[in-house]
Ligand binder design. Sequence first.
Ligand code: FPP
Ligand code: MG
Length: 334
Amino acid sequence: MASFDKNKIEGLKDDLKLVDVYVDEYLRDESGHTTLRSVLSTISATGGKKVRPLVLLLSGRLGPKWPACRDRLCKMGAAVELIHTASLIHDDIVDDSPMRRRKRTVQSKFGKEMAVYAGDFVLSRIVYYLFKEASIEAGMLLAKTVESMCCGEIGQYAGSYDTEAPIKDYLSNIFGKTASLFVAACAIGAMESGCDKKTSMILRQVGEHIGYLFQLRDDLLNVTSSTSSEGKPVHSDFINGIYTMPILHALHHPGGGRLRELLHTIGPGAEVSYNIEEIEKEVEDILNSSRGIEFTRETIRAHARQAEELLETLPKGPVPQGFLEILELLSAGS
Ligand code: FPP
Ligand code: MG
């Protein structure tokens, strides 16, 4: 995603800087352990677009407690960003990924064991700071969100290599693994700033659409571009048995039979020898002719449109405008 222009909303750039300050504080090494220190500095240097804190901060500008709640919002933004970071550290172990955001992953630099401990360490720091801030409601919501993220990943893993998997299972998995944290970020912004029930509900729904759109776009890029923004090799999802929207749509439409055959050929226990480049090329042709790619694009646009309609129900101002810009950046090229 191209970067969001933080200068358009007064004070937002400073808020995001404060989120970074809290991220660094939450990752501070207190053990004096040299390895832990290098792991933690690798994590804080990993960077990222901070889209989740951004939607939290925007949501937090809509309630009557704004700007008194500003510092608390930034602390919550840091917690949400670090949940995302911990999940990626663990995801990179599962995926055996050497690179993320064009940098080496914790697992490739320090080993899988260290990456497991590092993810756990980050999560425990979040729990500590949520308790320290007595953020009971936000803490409960985030705990339930991590549960959803785990369930999304478990669902994805359990359904891997299943060419009969229904699209509804895929949607429920991406809600868990990705959209749930966007919903939580918007909900916490609304909650901490004292938004009324209706505004809070609208923000949660906007967060949900952004989350779906975000993951659908990531999944689309894996079949259309040479490398994703995260540096993941093209086609790695279906080669590793992760069948996302473009593939699932194609499997359920004419041409699906041949696609199923190709996926079985490269699946576990495959006995026939094959040329992976030829298979990738044929899968690409099927995705184009069966509209798997086009349908995914349409779904992304539909989520963006529904989010826009929800934003139109909010009073005009910089916050809905900021959300619209995020939607535009995320759906660009789709
Ligand atoms: C990346 O998706 C991964 C996620 C969005 C969620 C990962 C969640 C977990 C590992 C469970 C929760 C764990 C913790 C510690 C909170 P992807 O693999 O589709 O995308 P990628 O291209 O970025 O790898
Ligand atoms: Mg992954």
